[in-house]
Design a protein around this ligand. Structure first.
Ligand code: ADP
Ligand code: MG
Length: 370
């Protein structure tokens, strides 16, 4: 997977003499001592992070952990004080203001909280509004806006004013507008955080659905770990300006690596998060017998009777598997082509759902940054 964005050793300091602060940090100052000694706030502390093409990469952290600062540094609305931002392999920290404007217009677009529709413009005009600012022709704009409205299922509402739509529909219009831009890297800073829970969960589904069609690269920022789990291909967790853990959602829940991260992962519904692949055994074949193409034919142990078995796909979630499982019935995991990949013993299924040892991190280490 190629990376659209690479953040390398990024620093952002709010204060009078960032150079001096950087020197102090190199000499061992911390966020606290820096603040105490100089009054400067360390907003982003040596963060390195890659955003793979087509992913939804989530930055998660409590309020004040530096998420927005990091996000704004990525498109240089805020100027980083150290480090690099690579966009498609090219360092944009040395681009001129004009070049940056072009980049923001055509390549990275930023979506803010409560999408703020213009009340006196129709739905279709709202969706096309961002494109107008980009100097697209009337005709092209209309076509693009109609296409996006169709994608979010609101084709019939184009000529209405926002006030005649429900809250959830207005949010979808906002999302359509955000996605209508030609920029295929989107930074969404707490875009859903102000929504009430039902609409929020609808919007999360909507984003996931749109993503399967549009394949944008999304840097999604949230303070909500559940939201991070739901949306993230990858999740990066920040605390005090630093990145303390990065990985796939399952990996992080499986091994939080610090008490701090474990605080978020406790109580996570593992059955909905983990899939067959994550718990299957591949070291032995149990009693499964395969045909020439590697597909499961039957289950029988040496000298024993053959037995009815079930198959599940690599990506099937544990909750689905548990619903279909019957006591004692062997479970084979197969890929898209039907080939045997591994099997799931009953106790592994139970342990996977219950999360054996999930309350304590396996190793109390800070993720090495860079
Ligand atoms: N313009 C600013 N001047 C001084 N400090 C700031 C400024 N913007 C943010 N900060 C500080 O930087 C830290 C990170 O803030 P922010 O990135 O907004 O966090 P988050 O988005 O995770 O809530 C906080 O301590 C905040 O007070
Ligand atoms: Mg913020």
């Amino acid at each position: 997977m190629t990376d659209r964005i690479e953040i390398r050793n990024l620093f952002k300091i709010f204060g009078k003499h960032p150079e001096d602060s950087l020197r102090r940090l190199r000499e061992g100052a911390t966020k606290e001592t820096l603040l105490a000694e100089t009054g400067s706030v360390l907003g982003v502390d040596n963060v390195s992070l890659n955003v793979p093409k087509g992913s939804i990469s989530v930055i998660m952290g409590l309020s004040g952990s530096g998420k927005s600062t990091l996000a704004r540094c990525v498109n240089r609305i805020l100027e980083p004080d150290g480090g690099q931002i690579l966009l498609d392999g090219e360092d944009i920290t040395c681009c001129s203001p004009d070049q940056m404007r072009e980049i923001r217009r055509h390549r990275i677009s930023m979506v803010f909280q409560n999408f703020g529709l213009l009340p006196n413009k129709t739905v279709i005009e709202n969706v096309g509004f961002g494109l107008k600012l980009r100097g697209m022709s009337e005709r092209e704009r209309q076509r693009k806006a109609e296409e996006m409205l169709e994608v979010v299922g609101l084709s019939a509402w184009g000529s209405h004013l926002p006030a005649s739509l429900s809250g959830g529909m207005r949010q979808r219009v906002g999302l359509a507008r955000a996605l209508a831009t030609e920029a295929d890297v989107l930074i969404m800073d707490e875009a859903f955080s102000a929504l009430d829970p039902l609409i929020r969960s609808e919007m999360q589904d909507e984003l996931l659905r749109l993503q399967t069609r549009l394949h944008k690269t999304v840097l999604f920022i949230t303070h909500d770990f559940q939201e991070a789990l739901r949306l993230g291909t990858r999740i990066a967790i920040m605390a005090d300006g630093a990145l303390i853990r990065e990985g796939a959602p399952q990996e992080i829940v499986e091994d939080p690596r610090s008490e701090y991260v474990a605080g978020f992962t406790r109580g996570v519904d593992r059955a909905r998060l983990f899939d067959a692949q994550s718990i299957m055994r591949t070291d032995e074949r149990d009693g499964f017998r395969l045909d020439k193409k590697g597909r499961v034919e039957s289950w029988r142990k040496e000298g024993g009777p053959s037995m009815d078995f079930m198959t599940v796909n690599l990506e099937d979630k544990l909750i689905e598997i548990a619903r279909r499982a019957r006591s004692g019935r062997p479970i084979a995991v197969i890929d898209d082509t039907g080939r045997f990949c591994g099997h799931i013993p009953q106790d592994a299924l139970l342990a996977g759902i219950a999360g054996a040892g999930d309350a304590t991190p396996k190793s109390e280490t800070k993720e090495p940054v860079a």
